[in-house]
Ligand binder design. Structure first.
Ligand SMILES: Nc1ncnc2c1ncn2[C@@H]1O[C@H](COP(=O)(O)OP(=O)(O)OP(=O)(O)O)[C@@H](O)[C@H]1O
Length: 519
């Protein structure tokens, strides 16, 4: 922080102050007497395990929820928000992950959406709109035309458009919730540069992220929540290191798992053999094989073709050519149900909100959804008790943090939703599991639990594919790594778990493919 800004921050009243905020939902005290202070030009990291209360706090600041107790002060003045529009008018904006843009609109229309929605579209002067939008595009350092359709932009560019949109509404406080979860490293660095630039101009940020490296790169201070309470006083980032921050979040030291190198025997049974496989979405031929008890990592850049291949193997997209053999027998995978029930292949999607779960339904329905056919009684109706029993089993196995399996999945924290998604996959008792980015948005402790779970599944004879853009995760966990580049498998490497050696070898296979996604 420059001396100037430091003086600013210290001399003025906080731009935002939350005092003794509490909020309960049925059966859960999500926030218990939480306080937070944000100064002008500060980047305050809001950290904590999955379910610690971060999103609830953000929703209170943005008028989605009203607190049961406590007060909110804006520039020293008491405020209370009864809807999400009021904070926006007071200069508070939450930047969601790219999902808040209108895909069919241009960049300019999205940035100045409020102006458009206030007037009838016919009276908008488009040239003026493009000109006005340009200044906000420049502020976030993007090199796109205001006339570009938002649909054609990358995830990272969309994220910056969201920030530009917030700036157009004169945002002075920005809440960034996991802003780099699904963007490339280069884009994440650009976003971080933009935050720094805006910080110099006096914009204040609350930054929620599970990526510790990123926090040390960008934050000036940290507030940690644990079980809905302040885990300690606000700390300057300079006074913290990785270990002390994790101890604050988890209440104890990091459980650093190290998985041994597994010697795969040459005569291990090959459970899945893929030869020259293609689909409309995965248009270059791909071949590989997977042994019983093996953990195979698929590493690559965003858009390198990993998810597209997984979609064919799990019956979401049809193959257009090539062969799939399961346990030595050629098979056709015609549907998701085919993959699950006939071939015992389960896919645990990275996109749990859109593909994996029924958010409006309770946990027990979700966990059992893939096995409804199997658990129907002789009258073809579902027994809620059976569903609940199965869900209870996974709730305790995966330590899903919720008072009851009757809870609506949409009300769970992100990390716990991910666990329900895994439980749903496991309930089908698959032989082959494909985990797509299993730990995005997951806290360090839960991440270690998911790694242990994957390891145990392989130890018990299941075969696992882990799609991940998190290089440390891949090198720590898997037995063998397929590197994907430009829709092709460019490397097939045995993992010796030596980070320096492996990361170099992986990057050599990536070179020519551009940038790496942040991990
Ligand atoms: N609308 C709701 N109804 C019931 N419970 C809720 C609701 N919203 C949040 N909760 C509960 O409040 C607690 C805090 O959740 P919150 O989403 O704030 O956590 P978080 O720190 O943002 O977690 P994550 O890192 O996983 O996103 C959780 O136990 C969650 O299940």
């Amino acid at each position: 922080m420059s001396t100037n800004r430091m003086e600013n921050a210290e001399s003025s009243v906080p731009v935002l102050e939350l005092k003794n905020i509490s909020k309960s939902f049925p059966g859960v005290k999500a926030l218990d007497n939480v306080s937070l202070t944000l100064n002008k030009g500060e980047v305050l990291a809001l950290m904590g395990e999955n379910g610690a209360g971060k999103s609830t706090l953000i929703k209170i600041i943005t008028g989605v929820y009203t607190p049961d107790e406590g007060s909110i002060l804006l520039n020293g003045q008491n405020v209370s928000f009864s809807n999400p529009h009021e904070p926006i008018h007071q200069g508070i904006n939450v930047v969601h992950q790219e999902r808040n843009l209108v895909p069919t609109f241009t960049v300019a229309e999205n940035i100045l959406l409020e102006r458009i929605t206030k007037k009838s579209f016919s009276v908008i002067d488009k040239n003026q709109l493009f000109k006005d939008a340009q200044q906000y595009i420049d502020m976030v350092g993007l090199n796109v035309s205001p006339e570009t359709n938002v649909e054609t932009l990358s995830a990272g560019q969309k994220q910056l458009i969201e920030i530009a949109k917030a700036l157009s509404s004169n945002a002075k406080i920005m809440l960034l919730d996991e802003p780099t979860a699904s963007i490339s490293l280069k884009e994440a660095n650009k976003l971080i540069d933009t935050v720094r630039e805006l910080q110099k101009q006096g914009v204040s940020f609350i930054y929620v992220s599970h990526k510790l490296e990123e926090i040390f790169q960008i934050a000036s201070s940290v507030t940690v929540l644990r079980d809905g309470k302040n885990a300690g006083p606000k700390s300057s980032i300079k006074d913290l290191n990785r270990d002390s921050l994790i101890s604050m979040m988890v209440g104890r030291k990091e459980n650093k798992l190290s998985f041994p190198i597994k010697e795969m025997k040459n005569d291990s049974e090959i459970v899945l053999k893929v030869k020259d496989l293609r689909s409309n979405e995965s248009y270059k031929k791909k071949s590989f094989q997977l042994a019983k008890g093996e953990i195979l990592g698929w590493y690559g850049l965003v858009g390198s073709g990993r998810t597209e291949l997984a979609r064919v193997l799990t019956g979401i997209d049809p193959a257009t050519s090539g062969d799939i053999e399961i346990k030595g027998k050629k098979v056709n995978i015609n549907s998701v149900s085919d993959a699950l029930n006939k071939h015992k292949i389960a896919y645990i999607s990275e996109n749990r909100k859109e593909e994996g779960l029924f958010l409006m339904h309770p946990i027990f329905n979700n966990v059992a959804a893939s096995i409804w056919n199997r658990i129907r009684n002789r009258f073809f109706t579902l027994s809620m008790n059976t569903e609940k029993m199965i869900a209870e089993e996974y709730k305790s196995k995966l330590e899903i943090k919720t008072p009851s399996v009757l809870q609506i999945v949409g009300n769970l924290s992100g990390g716990n939703q991910q666990k329900v998604s895994i439980a749903k996959g496991l309930s089908t008792e698959p032989e082959i599991l494909i985990f797509d980015e299993p730990t995005v948005g997951i806290d360090v402790k839960t991440k270690a639990e998911i790694h242990q779970l994957i390891w145990d599944l392989a130890e018990s004879g299941k075969s696992v594919i882990v799609i991940s853009s998190d290089m440390p995760e891949i090198i720590q966990l898997v037995d063998r790594i397929l590197v994907f580049r430009n829709e092709e498998i460019s490397g097939d490497i045995i993992n010796n778990k030596n980070y320096d050696v492996m990361s170099k070898e992986i990057m050599e296979n990536i070179i020519g493919g551009g940038e790496q996604k942040i991990s």
